[in-house]
Design a protein around this ligand. Structure first.
Ligand SMILES: Cc1ncc(COP(=O)(O)O)c(C=O)c1O
Length: 472
């Protein structure tokens, strides 16, 4: 779906009053989940006392409690009560092969027969992995691993600052680049500023400039404004599809303009490809949009869900600052981490990309995404709702109550956005009760193994939810 069409349809959803699910209906749904997962209940209660919040991950559904899984294979997961789920969360997008794909697992086990999961020393799989990435993503001249996307994003800021000798980092509202102090700002909902977390000293945001989504005029203004100052802009960092993996999509030509502005003001352009890398395209979003960033962040699919899922790569001269000024002025970006670049992670990169390449994985997962979106749009239409779905291959968005469309600069919209988010969460709970796991109830990831029949089950589960939403 084109950018303009998405904007138009979001505006309709925004301007429609929302009516949610009744307490009675939600109570029935919660009872249904509880009745079929009695063994999960005490385990979840125990974990609630052992883990703050009761789950390690925020995308684990906790309504009424998080079920405990005991097995996962392909598109399926099974809980301790033997309930089967079709998974459209796919480890928050990290799995595109499907869970525990046998061929992949066997190759990794072979590596582990020779090498421990961590070695703290070079191994040949590093050469193979990085050359494999370079083959598909030509902007990657040099690359290094971290434990997570968050860490790789942190490293990117430091590297960019050392290389350019400048301090400011520009991001766009709503975009997520991990939870480090400087980047945990204006995430998820544009204009939310520091709302997301306490415990971050305000000084940490001093050099983080967050602009309204897609505001290229503001970008140019800021680049100009800071260029005359010593603390000028080191880098512009983007989620290449737009904030939240394209929930707030970018308009056509966006990257070309940003690239030109970065060149004009001598600023680095950083692509955060944690979600898009090896999912949207083997060459990443940069190949999809035909733009060459200076630095690229990888996560998730870089290790197919195996630890540690973070890496940064890019221009040889820029990355060169990590080794202490050989290529530049003698300044050094210090980075570290005990298990980064371990044999398990690098072998997972190599084998993951090799399988993606040989088995046309991106096309297969994308075809499943196209099929799901087509079916969702027909379903929404048949219910006579303004809701709609769109996708970037295997990255699927379906807009129902669309909390992100609320402009929270108007304070009255904050409780409205919270209400809309609750309703989206309710959709996730209803679909879970039908055996379908989604990302928050408004997004999905397909893998190469999702079938049209799986998608039909997704549609049946969504149909159950839609029938519970009152008509206006
Ligand atoms: C675009 C983007 N950047 C960075 C991150 C952070 O990666 P991690 O969760 O591995 O720290 C995420 C996580 O979802 C992401 O979507």
């Amino acid at each position: 779906m084109e950018f303009e069409e998405i904007q138009k349809r979001i505006a309709v959803i925004r301007d429609n009053p929302v009516k949610g699910f009744s307490d009675e209906d939600m109570a029935k749904i919660r009872k249904k989940i509880a009745d079929k997962s009695p063994k999960s209940k005490p385990l979840a209660d125990e974990l609630r006392s052992l883990i703050p919040g009761g789950t390690q991950h925020q995308m684990c559904l906790k309504d009424p409690y998080a079920v405990t899984m005991k097995r996962a294979l392909g598109t399926r997961m099974w809980d301790v009560d033997n309930n089967e789920y079709i998974d459209y969360l796919m480890s928050a997008g990290a799995c595109i092969l499907g869970h525990n794909y046998p061929l992949f697992r066997e190759e990794i086990i072979k590596v582990l027969n020779d090498l421990p999961p961590d070695l703290y020393w070079n191994c040949e799989w590093e050469n193979k992995a990085i050359k494999m990435v370079q083959k598909h993503v030509p902007s990657i001249e040099r690359m290094m691993y971290f434990q997570s996307g968050t860490e790789a994003d942190m490293a990117a800021l430091r590297i960019a600052r050392v290389f350019t000798g400048k301090d400011k980092i520009i991001k766009f509202g709503g975009s997520y680049h991990g939870w480090s102090d400087q980047l945990n700002y204006d995430i998820h909902i544009p204009f939310s500023g520091a709302m997301e977390s306490d415990g971050i000293p305000r000084g940490c945001y001093k050099d983080t400039v967050s602009l309204p989504p897609n505001d290229l005029e503001a970008l140019e203004e800021n680049l100009k404004k800071w260029s005359a100052k010593r603390s000028g802009v080191a880098a512009v960092i983007v989620e290449p599809l737009g904030a939240e993996s394209g929930a707030l999509p970018i308009p056509p030509g966006f990257h070309k303009t940003v690239r030109e502005l970065c060149d004009q003001y001598d600023v680095l352009y950083i692509f955060d490809e944690v979600v898009t890398g090896f999912r949207l395209d083997l060459g990443g979003a940069q190949n999809y949009y035909n733009v060459k960033p200076d630095l690229t962040i990888f996560g998730k699919i870089i290790t197919q869900g195996y630890p540690s899922a973070g890496a940064i790569g890019g221009r040889a001269d820029v990355m060169g600052v990590v080794e202490g000024g050989i290529d530049v002025s003698g300044k050094k970006a210090s980075v570290s981490g005990t298990i980064r670049g371990n044999p398990l992670s690098v072998a997972a990169t190599y084998w993951g990309i090799k399988i993606i390449e040989e088995q046309n994985v991106i096309e297969k997962a994308g075809k499943a995404g196209d099929d799901l979106v087509k079916k969702l749009n027909s379903l929404f239409e048949s219910h006579n709702r303004p809701y709609f779905a769109y996708n970037y291959k295997s990255i699927i968005h379906y807009e129902t109550f669309s909390p992100l469309c609320m402009d929270i600069r108007d304070m009255d919209n904050i409780p409205k956005a919270i209400k809309r988010k609750e309703l989206v969460d309710n959709i996730a709970t209803i679909m879970m009760s039908e055996g379908v796991i989604t990302k928050y109830g408004n997004r999905a990831f397909t893998c190469m193994q999702h079938t049209p029949e799986d998608n039909d089950k997704f549609i049946e589960a969504m149909d159950v939810a839609l029938k519970m939403i009152p008509k206006y």
